[in-house]
Design a protein around this ligand. Structure first.
Ligand code: GDP
Length: 442
């Protein structure tokens, strides 16, 4: 996410951090760098100007000049202003309405409305135990209706049927009526998008809005569109009282412009980020954490939440016990660990949230591909071999390598990694965390 922007801003941060005295000239230099980085990331010009101006004013003020570590203080200011730019704090979904609380999904075709409708349904069902009804009013594309039906089936969430012969407003009203009668907490209305903004589309979504009186009107937009995304958001915001924005495809090579501009330009909060095609790829948007990520400071809080949400608690407890008792950590457990990591969105999703230096260091060693290979190798072992890796002599290794389609060296490397993990676990069980950390730094 935002690799370029992040690496450039981390560079500025690193430079500033080293300065024990700041002069007007080196603040100017740093601000010039930041300005260039933001423009290259496709942040809207008025946003860049305002941002640089706000940071400069504060950087020349006493909070920085009077500080013992002025470089650090400037970084603090940049972090705060970046956070403010993106909305200061997380804006959660508002579902306070007479049930069903209606969520209206707006946006252009291909933005990710249908996928995001499914992701929201999953989130609300799993984390808030809401009873959800999904409906599509896209009467122009039968495939879109089918897509939503399929997602609903996958999620085991109820789906309200609609077809191309009907009018969007009629569908929405019928679904609303049904949801009320059947005590659904939330009705998610997916709508038709066009390739570009047009009058008919706007009239239709306005009519839908008037008919179902949504408590949330969410604008879904592809973050990779950069400033175009922001312009479309502006147009929709003028036509509809939007309550929030969802930026999708943040897992792609979006440069960051949309995330940094959309709040300032529309005044509407970003509520979620879409971070993958799968239904798990939805994250609440936290401006402060995002600012940390952009500045290369990592986002450890989100990482912890990911772990809590996706790791099988029972499995984790079992593992903890094993680690604590100091015995029996075998290749089967190693595989479980890898699978849990995969559930959290794979290595690339994890790396995104680690501080810059750590992530670079780890990145060179572990990738999603190498994780898949490790799994392949472990899968080629017999259960007995996984429990007793010491059985693995040359001929077995050759068999395993052939089974996984890799070289024997790779099997050796994996066994070495496993041994090291095992050693770490043992240390942990003997002396707890403190000893482990000492061991690692020594
Ligand atoms: P709609 O026309 O607005 O309903 O868009 P869809 O939900 O059909 O999504 C269009 C395409 O974008 C599909 O191929 C989705 O899988 C993909 N997509 C949606 N959200 C994301 C996301 O957050 N990340 C990625 N990588 N792809 C996404």
């Amino acid at each position: 996410m935002f690799e370029n922007l992040s690496s450039r801003l981390s560079g500025v941060v690193k430079n500033l951090r080293g300065q024990s005295r700041l002069t007007e000239a080196n603040i100017q230099d740093a601000m010039r760098e930041v300005r260039m980085a933001l423009l290259e990331a496709d942040v809207a010009l008025p946003v860049v100007k305002q941002f640089i101006n706000d940071v400069k004013v504060r950087a020349q003020g006493h909070e920085v000049i009077g500080s013992l570590t002025p470089g650090q203080a400037v970084i603090g200011v940049v972090h705060e202003e970046l956070t403010k730019l993106m909305g200061a704090q997380n804006d959660a979904l508002n579902l306070a309405a007479v049930p069903p609380a209606v969520i209206l999904m707006a946006g252009l075709q291909g933005a990710g409305k249908t996928t995001t409708s499914g992701k929201l349904a999953k989130l609300l069902k799993e984390t808030q135990k809401k009873k959800i009804l999904l409906v599509s009013t896209d009467v122009y594309r039968p495939a879109a209706i089918e897509q939503l039906k399929m997602l609903a089936g996958q999620l085991e969430v109820e789906w309200f049927p609609s077809d191309v012969g009907q009018k969007p407003v009629e569908i929405a009203l019928a679904a609303h009526d049904y949801a009320k009668k059947h005590f659904h907490d939330v009705l998610i209305v997916d709508t038709a998008g066009r390739l570009a903004i047009d009058e008919a589309l706007m009239a239709e979504i306005k009519a839908l809005h008037g008919a179902v009186n949504p408590v949330e009107t969410l604008f879904v937009v592809d973050a990779m569109q950069g400033q175009d995304a922001v312009n479309t958001a502006k147009a929709f915001n003028e036509a509809l009282p939007l309550t929030g924005v969802i930026l999708t495809k943040m897992d792609g090579d979006s440069r960051g412009g949309a995330a940094l501009s959309v709040r300032h330009i529309t005044g509407r909060p970003i509520k979620f980020l879409g971070t993958g095609e799968k239904l798990t790829g939805l994250e609440p948007f936290h401006p402060d954490r995002m600012a940390g990520r952009i500045l290369g400071m990592g986002d450890v809080l989100s990482l912890i939440e990911d772990v809590q949400n996706s790791v099988d608690q029972e499995e984790a407890l079992k593992m903890m016990k094993k680690v604590k008792s100091g015995k029996g950590f075998d290749l089967e457990d190693f595989k479980t660990q890898i699978q849990q990591m995969k559930k959290m969105g794979g290595m690339s999703a994890l790396m995104d949230k680690l501080p810059g230096q750590v992530s670079q260091m780890a990145n060179s060693q572990v990738t999603d591909k190498s994780v898949a290979r490790i799994e392949g190798i472990i899968n080629s072992m017999t259960p007995e071999e996984r429990r007793k890796p010491e059985l693995l002599k040359a001929s077995r290794k050759r068999r395993i390598a052939a089974g996984a389609g890799v070289q024997v060296q790779e099997v050796n490397r994996l066994l070495k990694q496993f041994e090291e993990t095992q050693k770490m676990m043992k240390q942990f069980s003997k002396g707890g965390m403190a000893k482990l950390m000492r061991g690692m730094s020594g």
